[in-house]
Design a protein. Structure first.
Length: 66
């Protein structure tokens, strides 16, 4: 498993363990100690995979039905 896949798995696990988790991009960057561009890429990948949604206030939350 490459580094990107490891990060995607870790983020998924965090959201699965805490279903009400709601993070802004800066909060996610701090939580996982990620560079802004890397964090944006990972969160966008999870939105494209329909695991997360980005709300109008910029917070990333789990997509319903997952």
């Amino acid at each position: 498993m490459d580094r990107e896949q490891q990060w995607l798995q870790r983020i998924r696990c965090e959201y699965l363990e805490m279903p009400s988790l709601s993070l802004t991009l800066p909060q996610a960057q701090r939580l996982w100690s990620l560079d802004a561009s890397v964090c944006t890429h990972l969160m966008d990948a999870l939105v494209l995979a329909e695991f997360l949604v980005r709300r109008h206030d910029g917070r990333y939350v789990r997509a319903s039905g997952d």
